[in-house]
Design a protein around this ligand. Structure first.
Ligand SMILES: [Mn+2]
Length: 390
């Protein structure tokens, strides 16, 4: 028996790409392509019994119709192939009077289960103790601490409830202390609940699989392996070195389970740091051609560091052209100037025109008092002529 675990696809994130000719953002298409790869693999292998999605299928609470359609197509492919699908909702899927899967719940699609509350569900003879994201308001909680308590209590209740049943897995969508926060922190719409590792790993479960944290990572809770599968694609530039993928668990009812991570390719995300002094502090005829060694379709950030006096030599146009030449999918160029102090704060609008002029002559131009006096006299005259008033 094989179970495939998939987490945080976040369909709908529109960053690091563009709207293509079909009107869909390229990163949304990338995410769908990644889901399609997973689904195709699951079907081709022919031995996956259940696919479990650990929340945050969509990134917004009201996905567009096209996003819903693209996801539904992939769920349908699994169902048609006889694979059972279990989805627990994440913080991005719920809120308000419904969730992003309400229509499925009401249509009661065969072989598809949507879990919106803590409960044990059975799929193909295997029990899953589910702890989906609990919205404070919906559960009458006034604080994160109350949600934590509620989740911990539910996890404890599962231990009793599963007696006499085969429930090897605890699954959920929340943070645990010590988890290395990926970009989810900035995606989070509410506060963070922290369910202690002793709670998720403390029961006699075979394994605990979690969604919510985008960085793939494992913990040991007593004898129970606790795993964040990690987001399916890179949602944030900080995840550029993360390997993305899914986990496949293999085992028999009542037996031991083995878990294996499988990489699902995503675009390269690359940070290029350039020392512009080396490249451009040269006579123009000797300037080297800007070249990058990038895989076509990469998402690239170029950080140029340059000395103040060389700033004008940085050829941003040439960098942009080089990025086009290597078919960067999306790029951003930042020029950092070493030793340049931003003095605009000192010249705030609370200073009068003459005070500002005085500050400039004294602090910036470092003029002698005589020169400052003269400049101020002339300045005053000009301001009066302009009717500005001093
Ligand atoms: Mn989440």
């Amino acid at each position: 028996m094989k179970i495939l675990w998939l987490a945080d696809p976040h369909v709908g994130i529109k960053r690091y790409g563009h709207i293509d000719s079909s009107g869909i953002h390229t990163r949304v298409l990338d995410t769908i392509k990644a889901i399609e790869t997973v689904v195709t693999s699951a079907i081709v292998w022919g031995d996956i019994d259940t696919v479990v999605i650990l929340g945050d299928v969509f990134t917004y609470r009201n996905p567009t119709n096209i996003e819903r359609k693209l996801v539904a197509e992939q769920i349908q492919r699994l169902i048609s192939a006889g694979i059972q699908v279990l989805i627990i909702v994440g913080n991005h899927d719920v809120g308000g009077l419904s969730n992003n899967f309400s229509q499925y719940e009401h249509l009661k699609v065969e072989n598809l289960q949507i879990v919106v509350k803590p409960e044990i569900v059975e799929v193909n003879g295997v029990g899953f103790a589910c702890l989906p994201w609990l919205n404070k308001q919906d559960w009458g909680c006034n604080s994160n601490a109350e949600v934590e308590q509620l989740l911990a209590q539910k996890a404890m209740d599962f231990r009793k409830e599963k007696e006499g049943k085969y429930v090897p897995f605890l699954i959920g969508h929340f943070s645990i202390p010590g988890a290395v926060i990926g970009s989810e922190k900035q995606f989070c719409m509410g506060g963070e609940e922290l369910v202690p590792l002793s709670v998720v790993g403390g029961g006699d479960f075979e394994a605990c699989f979690l969604g919510h944290i985008h960085k793939k990572q494992s913990f040991k809770g007593g004898n129970t392996p606790v795993m964040y599968v990690g987001s399916l694609v890179k949602c944030d530039f900080n995840e550029r070195t993360d390997v993305k993928g899914v986990v496949v668990s293999e085992g028999e009812i009542g037996g031991k389970w083995k878990h294996k991570f499988l990489e699902i390719p995503d675009r390269d995300f690359v940070l290029v740091k350039m020392d512009a002094q080396r490249l451009w502090s040269l006579p123009s005829e000797d300037k080297p051609k800007v070249m990058f060694d990038l895989k076509p379709g990469s998402v690239v950030k170029v950080e140029v560091t340059v000395k103040k006096e060389d700033k004008a030599l940085v050829d941003v146009k040439a960098i942009r052209q080089a990025l086009i030449d290597c078919q960067a999918h999306w790029s951003e160029i930042t020029v950092n100037v070493v030793g340049e102090i931003d003095r605009t704060q000192e010249f705030s609008s609370s200073l009068s025109d003459l005070d500002m002029l005085k500050k400039f002559e004294v602090d910036v131009r470092k003029c002698s008092p005589q020169v400052v006096d003269k400049v101020l006299q002339e300045g005053k005259k000009i301001l009066e002529e302009c009717n500005v008033g001093v």
